[in-house]
Design a protein around this ligand. Sequence first.
Ligand code: ITT
Length: 201
Amino acid sequence: LEFVLATHNAHKVAEFQRIIGERMPQAVVVSYDGPEPVEDGVTFAANALIKARTAAAHTGRVALADDSGIVVDVLGEAPGILSARWAGHRAGDEANRRLLLDQLSDIARPNRGAEFRCTIALVVPDPLIAGGSEFVAEGRWRGEITYEPRGSHGFGYDPVFEPDGLERTAAELLPEEKNAMSHRALAFVELLPELERVAAL
Ligand code: ITT
């Protein structure tokens, strides 16, 4: 099976390559460099579908897209779908983390609960499946926001996220440790039976 991965985030691509390589070694992942759609959905699932549909329509291939982010309990599930641009459009990961820590500066444990969420959309274009077909899977990874960033692996909010049951942040985990338990890995595992069905077409 060959499919396009509709993301421009190099960190996501690297994680997917490892996650997919381990669980579906026969798959060939091609990156997508076509037009970027406007992500104007209000849920992770809507945005993942927008990205995967665009890539499938543009390439005629089976497409996968990931829409993800961090959801913080005391912030009413923000930043959520705005995670990538929480501190502004081009502010970047470090500014996003800083803003989040500032917003939680008066909040003590155990009220710093949060979770990473990842939705993966799979779009199989017509005529591979008559009329086309869509599938969505979600993974959630619970933990807490730390008081200070720690660790240098990963990306985004990893240095300020301590998964439940661990005393290390996601950025202090080795890539293979993160990819065995992350929201992205959980979503992929949920999607796997569907991907295997498509591979057998
Ligand atoms: P594409 O739309 O091109 O895939 P993007 O980075 O804009 O790339 P999203 O809109 O899905 O994608 O935003 C995801 C953001 O959520 C990402 O930039 C991080 O800030 C955060 N995030 C998602 N997964 C993460 C992870 O595993 N570790 C740390 N932060 C993560």
